[in-house]
Design a protein around this ligand. Structure first.
Ligand code: FAD
Length: 312
């Protein structure tokens, strides 16, 4: 599935996998096994999410260190400002630095569990923009920095124009790439990319792709993120909603079709799969798009620079 770049050149799209930190040590071991297996499919990078302080944050930095320096996967560490005074931010960044990790997704973070209003902690940052600025100032060009974006709005800010303005502030503060919130309406996403480019933002836009594994989880996420579902998704999935296997098969077709549309638009060169720590559904989509290596192919690190790097 070749994509036609806006500069007219044809290239193969690349992909990456997001994993979250499991709560148990057995879960962590299972995740390492899964990451090892998924490595065989040549992702360009993987990323590890961040929890609001505490033991799971410690586990995030441990996972990043193992995946980067033991498994040899190009790793991106999420880092949020929630419950993170600057000393803890420093500690996390230093651990990432020491493990050879060179990619940070700088986020403000969601409110901690059981609270619904986000407030900055004492000695902490208020917006992702401030974290980006801090990392740039402290580490120069060592880290490539990504930021989050919301093509269909953020729970605290639904005005698209303001959101793109805040996104621009994050890029101007030194961010190199954008990863988006999940979505199912490819047309809305493409319109949004046009607006982002019109606002003078030229860094790579990486769409966050959430596979459909069951009708219940699909509807829960759609309602939670308040995103638009195209009619075709509902007419195909609703009648088979009790059969997870069928939902997954039809969901794969719908998602692969949407991904192909994004690639064809020329705005997208890379797909970021929200794996939810499962491999099957993400791999089914990539397989449908013809992006997985053939079984006999040797595992070689992809010889393509990361979307946000000019060269390897
Ligand atoms: P910001 O860009 O700082 O925005 C936060 C809010 O403030 C928005 O409503 C924005 O409109 C507003 N705002 C921004 N700048 C200004 C300004 N200058 N003046 C006034 N208002 C402003 N959460 C986690 O806890 N852990 C994760 O690992 C994680 N990974 C994520 C990965 C992706 C790809 C995405 C899309 C989200 C992720 N999140 C994660 C969720 C994210 O932390 C929340 O959505 C959070 O509420 C916003 O984070 P942000 O970095 O976009 O914040």
């Amino acid at each position: 599935q070749q994509r036609q770049d806006r500069d007219g050149s044809a290239k193969e799209p690349t992909f990456s996998f997001e994993f979250f930190v499991p709560k148990t040590s057995q879960g962590v071991q299972n995740l390492y096994d899964r990451m090892d297996r998924m490595y065989q499919t040549h992702p360009q990078f993987i990323d590890i999410t961040w929890n609001a302080g505490g033991r799971l944050s410690q586990l995030s930095t441990d996972l990043v260190a193992t995946s980067q320096s033991v498994l040899g996967l190009e790793t991106c560490m999420h880092l949020t400002c929630t419950n993170m005074p600057v000393e803890l931010i420093d500690e996390a960044l230093q651990k990432a630095y020491d493990s050879g990790c060179q990619n940070i997704l700088a986020l403000r973070g969601d409110p901690p569990v059981n609270t619904n209003k986000w407030t900055a902690c004492e000695g902490g940052f208020s917006y992702a923009r401030d974290l980006v600025r801090y990392i740039r100032k402290k580490y120069g060009d060592h880290f490539d920095i990504g930021v989050a974006a919301y093509p269909e709005g953020h729970p605290e800010e639904t005005d698209g124009r303001s959101l793109i303005g805040f996104l621009k502030e994050k890029i101007d503060a030194g961010a190199d790439f954008i990863i988006t919130q999940m979505f199912y309406d490819g047309d809305l996403f493409i319109d949004w990319c046009r607006d982002v480019r019109a606002a003078g933002i030229s860094v790579p836009i990486i769409p966050g792709i959430m596979p459909i594994t069951s009708y219940a989880s699909f509807m829960r996420r759609v309602n939670w993120c308040q995103i638009h579902v195209p009619e075709e998704f509902l007419t195909r999935l609703e009648p088979i909603k009790e059969n997870d296997q069928l939902v997954r098969e039809h969901g794969t077709e719908l998602m692969a079709k949407m991904c192909q549309k994004l690639i064809d638009s020329g705005y997208v060169t890379h797909l970021h799969m929200y794996t939810m720590n499962l491999e099957k559904a993400s791999l089914m989509i990539l397989d449908k798009l013809g992006l997985l290596p053939k079984e006999a192919e040797e595992v070689n690190l992809p010889n393509v620079p990361l979307p946000w790097r000019k060269s390897l």
